[in-house]
Design a protein around this ligand. Structure first.
Ligand SMILES: *Cc1c(COP(=O)(O)O)cnc(C)c1O
Length: 364
């Protein structure tokens, strides 16, 4: 189906558009019974009697790609699996930004990897800070579009729900931004926490607006952070370019096996039950913090954490630590000098947090 909007391939670095990337022994698509083309050992490692590890893995295993694209509601060719969404961020920066010339745009406070990938690649970082309002942090989409147009921005990184803000961005505003920046920039929507928001994914915009890329991950709601599996979902042509920029064998075989097992229907039902518990617990944690005399402000959250400003942040951090509870200290970030980000734990873990920070903890 031909989409109406400009081809996002025109935004890829000109020197990479025809770039073929590394041709691994795996990419030749030959057939045979005796495989002597990749310098692998003909014997298994003694620790690997089932021969799961002897050969190089498939760069993009079809079973994994099929399960992920089914879950994220896109076509398999519109999805690239990689080593966490961190790799997706890095591939996008490298494929689109000319070092020393192009820029990425971020909306602080936000996930640190966007700026780190940009910096490692020699791309400028333009910041359009979120507005801090009583309803939570809000994105100024007009200011983002103006700054993108003025600064040779190739990638706009939006995080929805935001880390650490917890704010879900309106999907209509994302669509309008992508439309305005068509032919200029790709709008990247990092949906690492969307499983906790019960809201539509920006992948639903792809058929209308091709300059959108969505990042998803199995690291959070699927509880597979150590497997390092994430996905970029975007226009099929752009995905093909990103794949050519990717390392030759990006996905370790055992990690793929784990991910495929975790995406089977009955297992997903178990993950869904945990998500539901997290949502209930998140509201409880937020209410506890909002009513705590130690807390200046607890932001509403659509993710699996709550961001709170404390009256005595060092004291609160120390008291949590003394109780064996480690939370994320955000005080090194410019505008969150008094803030902590607390992940939603099990009901029991959240009660332990409440015992330290809740009104009961204060009077105790
Ligand atoms: C945790 C997180 C990720 C996940 O990164 P992975 O590399 O997939 O583990 C991505 N984006 C944001 C905003 C995150 O908080």
């Amino acid at each position: 189906m031909q989409s109406p909007t400009a081809d996002p391939l025109d935004l890829v670095r000109e020197d990479l558009r025809e770039f073929a990337g590394y041709r691994s022994a795996r990419s030749e698509r030959l057939d045979g019974g005796i495989w002597l083309n990749a310098n692998e050992s003909p014997w298994c490692n003694p620790s690997d009697p089932d021969a799961r590890l002897r050969r190089y893995p498939d760069p993009q295993p079809e079973a994994l790609r099929a399960l992920l694209s089914d879950m994220y509601r896109c076509r398999p060719g519109e999805l690239l699996a990689g080593r966490g969404s961190d790799e997706g961020i890095d591939l996008l920066v490298r494929a689109l930004c000319r070092p020393g010339q192009d820029a990425v745009l971020v909306t602080s406070p936000t996930f640190g990897m966007y700026a780190i990938s940009a910096r490692l690649h020699g791309a400028r970082v333009v910041d359009v800070p979120l507005h801090d309002t009583p309803q939570g942090f809000q994105c100024d989409f007009d200011a983002v579009a103006d700054a993108a147009e003025a600064n040779a921005v190739k990638l706009v990184f939006l995080c929805s729900p935001g880390n650490p803000s917890g704010t879900l961005l309106p999907i209509e505003s994302i669509a309008a931004l992508a439309q305005r920046l068509e032919g200029r920039a790709v709008v990247v929507v990092d949906e690492a926490y969307l499983d906790y928001a019960q809201a539509p994914s920006a992948t639903s915009l792809l058929d209308m607006q091709r300059n959108i890329a969505v990042l998803r991950t199995l690291s959070k709601a699927h509880a597979l952070a150590a497997a390092r599996i994430g996905a970029v979902i975007a226009d099929a042509g752009l995905i093909a370019v990103l794949q050519r920029c990717q390392a030759p064998y990006p996905l370790p075989g055992p990690c793929v096996e784990l991910a495929v097992a975790a995406l089977a229907q009955p297992v997903r039902a178990g993950s869904a039950a945990h998500i539901q518990t997290t949502l209930d617990e998140r509201e409880r944690l937020h209410a506890m913090l909002a009513s705590s005399p130690l807390v200046r402000c607890a932001y509403p959250s659509r993710a699996n954490f709550v961001l709170a400003r404390l009256k005595e942040p060092q004291d609160a951090f120390d008291r949590l630590l003394a109780a064996g509870i480690v939370v994320r200290d955000l005080r090194s970030s410019e505008r969150l000098g008094d803030a902590l980000r607390i992940s939603v734990g099990t009901p029991e873990q959240n009660r332990a947090v409440a015992a330290v920070l809740g009104s009961d903890g204060v009077s105790a």
